[in-house]
Design a binder for this molecule. Structure first.
Ligand code: AMP
Ligand code: MG
Length: 335
């Protein structure tokens, strides 16, 4: 009897010691910014709850369709004051528009709306309607003076290409400040990692195959965002033609650059998010040129033909998987 109770005490002690080995995973799954999001932090439950609140607050400010949002008010009135955080995001997004020479253009909204991508009431607009609306697409026309934003008549903003990346950065900053050493955010096609895994090893992030539900490969990262843009994420079909939600601002039509998906890996979610959308528009050659001309991020590009191109910085950390396990991976180099 005494031996049994000693054994029980010993087991209980072991369990206590083990549970004290590291912080427990705290998770939430929410629907926000038009997508399912999963937040996991190893630490205090409060960190996850505060992150959920933060994401909802950002969504309320940035949504293009919610009448109480700052962006909605700007689009309606053409001029107004926004919060410091929204002004900071707008400035950051405009820098990315300039860096990508307008392949990313946050004023694409009038065109996007004509295709029905914001409402789900899809249609193929007429040529002259597109020509008319395309004249309103010009990120250089957006003026920001501290927190006051002015848009010329008819110009409208949509931060859909960068908002999730910005939200990921905001949550990562919140968690780092709260002392979270290990966290993982999955915001639709956006992954954001905080620190490394609880055991100290890197996170292994799967990248989705744009042609199936499978994973095409994985990258090992810590403290990085891994953001994918792909035509498969939102599209409609009409008369046998597929139209995707990423618009080429030069044509006013869904981008057809020969890429099926673009993944950008880097320390800042907002940069990765803006660049993944832009490089999807630019295509393989112009995307590789942009990568060579800038720095601080790596790429995984999948062509419409199913070829994979990666940039040389992830040559040793990218592993092809599933249907691509024996594929030849092309490496884009700086020189
Ligand atoms: P992402 O999923 O990050 O690639 O962003 C796609 C979203 O950004 C779309 O659903 C639109 O709301 C918006 N968008 C589409 N094309 C562009 C573009 N060329 N520049 C900026 N935003 C765009
Ligand atoms: Mg994006």
């Amino acid at each position: 009897m005494r031996r049994a109770s000693a054994l029980f005490t010993c087991l209980a002690l072991c369990a206590t010691l083990l549970s004290g080995c590291g912080p427990r995973a705290q998770s939430s799954t929410i629907f926000a910014m038009d997508t399912v999001m999963e937040l996991t932090a190893y630490g205090d439950r409060r960190c996850v709850d505060e992150a959920v609140e933060l994401i909802h607050a950002l969504e309320e400010r940035l949504s293009v369709t919610a009448p109480e949002s700052e962006i909605y008010a700007l689009n309606k009135d053409g001029r107004g004051d926004v919060s410091g955080d929204t002004a900071a995001l707008l400035s950051r997004a405009l820098e990315l528009c300039a860096l990508t020479d307008g392949a990313l253009d946050i004023t694409v909204y009038p065109v996007l709306r004509a295709w029905g991508f914001t409402t789900g009431e899809y249609r193929v607009p007429e040529e002259d309607e597109l020509a008319e609306l395309s004249r309103l697409v010009d990120y250089t026309a957006v003026e920001i003076d501290e927190c006051t934003v002015s848009l010329p008549r008819g110009v409208m903003l949509d931060l859909g290409a960068v908002a999730k990346g910005w939200a990921g950065d905001a949550v990562a900053a919140l968690w780092r400040e709260a002392g979270v050493k290990s966290g993982l955010l999955s915001l639709g096609g956006n992954i954001q990692t905080v620190g490394a895994k609880p055991d100290g090893s890197k996170w292994r992030i799967g990248i989705r195959d744009p042609f199936s539900e499978e994973t095409l490969g994985a990258v090992e990262v810590s403290d990085m965002a891994v953001v994918t843009s792909g035509g498969y994420q939102r599209y409609f079909e009409e008369d046998g033609v597929t139209y995707c939600h990423i618009i080429d601002p030069q044509t006013g039509r869904p981008a057809r650059s020969g890429l099926a998906s673009v993944t950008v890996i880097g320390p800042e979610g907002v940069v990765c998010d803006g660049l993944s959308t832009a490089i999807f528009v630019l295509g393989l050659d112009a995307g590789a040129r942009l990568w060579r001309a800038s720095e601080g991020y790596e790429l995984v590009l999948v062509t419409d033909g199913g070829e994979i191109y990666i940039t040389c910085g992830i040559e040793n950390t990218f592993t092809p998987m599933g249907p691509y396990i024996d594929s030849e991976i092309q490496v884009i180099r700086r020189g």
